[in-house]
Design a protein around this ligand. Structure first.
Ligand code: TGC
Ligand code: FAD
Length: 392
């Protein structure tokens, strides 16, 4: 990719809603992204290689679990700070934001929220620092949108349980040191288990040939009579509300992250339109191009306001899962439309790796599907406003 020339756009002076600490966090993450991530990201995506060395760097900049109390190795920051960090990272690449949101919201958070004191002390600090990488196993080959149907299960063997089954589409899996896995006990009740790399019968083969999130590593989790010590079961939750509670936190981060993608596409298209000349004039002077740019910044601004308000509600402990679903769904769709228009504005150059837009477009095809598909989030909103459950 050419030099990262990104400039932030704040059409409605939303910076005035941020604290000095928020702005400091944003500026320092943005600086790291420009110095360390932007120069390598296009090659990683082209080669379908996850830049494993950045796990430690993400830990160093505080990208893992910023909203988890510092006493456990998190950042001790508020939810708006968490969102800003996801926005700045995803502004460069959704796959790297995936690494950060899985580690923080789907591995550290369940251990923090539902784990024993010993589990918290053992796992969270090493995950927060980036010494260990984690993954989260909920989806199965036959159960994606309907995780209640999961087949992974374990049986009680005294001081340990024996786990069988498999998980599919698991971000970070092939390299993960720790996996938070959801499986049913003999009564069919879902529980969370912490698995460690190297446990006998536990493997994590890589899924190849993705056209999306190519700089992120994705795999399966296979459990073939894995002996899991009982002390590795999360004691604080049972039932599907365990994993779904963690998803609220990750979906919230994606809502912010999608704004980062949209801002990068808008910024790229705006600069290109001012510099590219056709018919003797910058293409920015043509009304059809101005329409696209004006609509982009309008939609970004609306999403920024929605998401900032969600952040305030999240800080106050008042955000509902349905509000988070609405925001994730809205922002990802907004980013997809902007990426599509931005790509067209760059003409032929829009399909090359010289510019980030095509990579963002392809990444968004995963973002619109994972953490609950676009349609599932619509149905969650539908259920919330009508009181009628379309899933049963
Ligand atoms: P349902 O009967 O509605 O609920 C079961 C229990 O869960 C509770 N619950 C929630 N709790 C907290 N937060 C939420 N958002 C919750 N939604 C539901 C609910 O109250 C109930 O509790 P209880 O005490 O009564 O037992 O469940 P259902 O089987 O009808 O399914 C509902 C549905 C479809 C909305 C849900 O299962 C769903 O969200 N499906 C989408 C699955 C999904 O999002 N998978 C994501 C996998 S992880 C991932 O994609 C990571 S990608 C990360 C990256 O790389 O960035
Ligand atoms: P399905 O559930 O089979 O859905 C197929 C289609 O049917 C979708 O369009 C869906 O909206 C629609 N549909 C389903 N049910 C309904 C309904 N009731 N009404 C209307 N339409 C419906 N999972 C993890 O657990 N951990 C991870 O780390 C993880 N990382 C991922 C990384 C990538 C790159 C990808 C692509 C996925 C990842 N996932 C992960 C899995 C992801 O969460 C699932 O792909 C997603 O939940 C959808 O499940 P599915 O792919 O099985 O699709």
């Amino acid at each position: 990719m050419a030099t990262d020339r990104y400039e932030h756009h704040d059409y409605f002076l939303l910076d005035e809603l941020l604290t000095d600490e928020h702005k400091l966090i944003r500026d320092s993450v943005r600086k790291w992204v420009k110095q360390s991530l932007s120069p390598i990201i296009e090659d990683c995506a082209q080669q379908a290689e996850f830049p494993a060395h950045i796990v430690k760097e993400l830990g160093n900049i505080g990208a893992f679990g910023p909203h988890i109390p510092a006493e456990y190795g998190g950042g001790g920051l508020d939810h708006i700070s968490y969102g800003i960090i996801m926005q700045e990272i995803e502004r460069c690449d959704s796959g790297i934001r995936s690494t950060a949101s899985v580690q923080g919201s789907l591995v550290m958070y369940p251990i923090y929220r539902f784990g024993s004191e010993a589990q918290k002390q053992k796992y969270i600090p090493k995950l927060g620092s980036g010494d260990w990488l984690g993954c989260f196993g909920l989806t199965e080959p036959d159960h994606g949108s309907d995780p209640a149907g999961m087949k992974s299960h374990y049986v009680d063997k005294g001081d340990h349980v024996v786990l069988n089954g498999s998980k599919m589409w698991i971000s970070n899996a092939p390299l993960a040191d720790v996996a938070v896995v959801w499986a049913k006990n003999e009564e069919g009740v879902v529980h969370g288990l912490i698995l460690e790399k190297g446990m006998e019968g536990f493997s994590a083969p890589e899924i190849h040939n993705k056209w999306s999130l190519r700089a992120s590593i994705t795999g399966e989790l296979v459990f073939d009579n894995v002996k899991v010590p009982k002390e590795n079961i999360l004691p604080g939750v049972k039932g599907l509300k365990g994993p779904l509670t963690c998803l609220n936190s990750a979906r919230y981060g994606i809502a912010w992250g999608a704004i980062g993608v949209a801002l990068d596409c808008y910024d790229t298209a705006l600069r290109y339109a001012k510099e590219r000349k056709q018919f003797g004039k910058p293409i920015a002077s043509f009304q059809l191009q101005q329409k696209k740019l004006a609509e982009m910044i309008t939609e970004i601004t609306k999403a920024q306001l929605l998401t900032w308000r969600l952040g305030v509600l999240q800080n106050e402990g008042k955000a509902t899962p349905a509000q988070i679903s609405m925001c994730k769904r809205n922002n990802v769709e907004m980013a997809q439309k902007i990426a599509h228009d931005a790509r067209q504005m760059l003409g032929g150059m829009g399909i090359t790796g010289e510019y980030p837009i095509m990579r963002h477009m392809m990444n968004l095809e995963s973002v619109v599907t994972y953490e609950g598909t676009h349609d599932i989030h619509l149905l969650i909103t539908g259920m919330d406003v009508t009181g009628e459950n379309a899933f049963v």
